[in-house]
Design a protein around this ligand. Sequence first.
Ligand code: DGL
Length: 294
Amino acid sequence: MADRDMGPRPMKTCMPIGVFDSGIGGLSVLRALQHELPHERFVYLADNAHAPYGEKSENFIRQRSHAITEHLLARHHIKALVVACNTATAVAIHELRTQHPALPLVGVEPALKPALALSQTRHIGVMATRGTVASDKFARLLGSVQNEAHFAVQACNGLALAIEQSTLPDQAEVAQEQITQLLKTYTQAMGHFGSAPDDIDTLVLGCTHYVFVENTLRQLLGPKVQLVSTGEPVARQTRRLLAAAGLLSQGPIAPAQSIRLLTTGDLRGLRAAAKRWLELPPDVCQSVPASLQA
Ligand code: DGL
């Protein structure tokens, strides 16, 4: 890596912001980033070949997070990085910060504190991947708030994968049925939702994929339950970090240059998700090798 031999490349305002997730879930964060920072360029990497992360080992997720960060720095010259994945944030962000002290870095974590501010019944549901729920970082976060409300925490095995599959035309129908079934099972396991005393009135979406099944959740839980996600606060934090580092982009950029989406997996799925959720044309999407070497 020639860049590494020559020392870190100086950051410039015109460089893009890197964003990554195990798959398409982080597009929910990218949507908020684009809204908050319309003059920035973004390079998004979906590690679809290795999704879901939530049911992989911590070691594996750390290795992928390091490889993706190196790739985005060396090949795309990013000026900042948003880890748009709760699972990767939970297990890898500390090491990423240590390895890249000069890189502005933002992670996502389940929004327990914002949920506390919203809940009237003090009964809060939390959906996240098994990896996030099992992590030390999540245990510390939960420990910091659990005297203030009752938290029903649910690891949602299989849900992120079904959401990934729902973007593939030949698997969409089966995946949608599976999503509905999984959501029923997991929400029932957390308890009764509603606004009566002891009902869960607030549900934290602690995985960036789950934002894309909000409509199904609303149908199951009714309109009054509050769904809390993290895209917007993460976008605001990204703006603050860039401003503090003097790295905010100076002016408008052509829409054609504003966004690139990369996948280590099936290009069809990323293209379908980009169209459905960000109204982006297929030519902004491209494949990269799963090894990220070439
Ligand atoms: N979207 C990710 C998260 O926020 C990862 C889901 C997965 O790959 O299991 O946790």
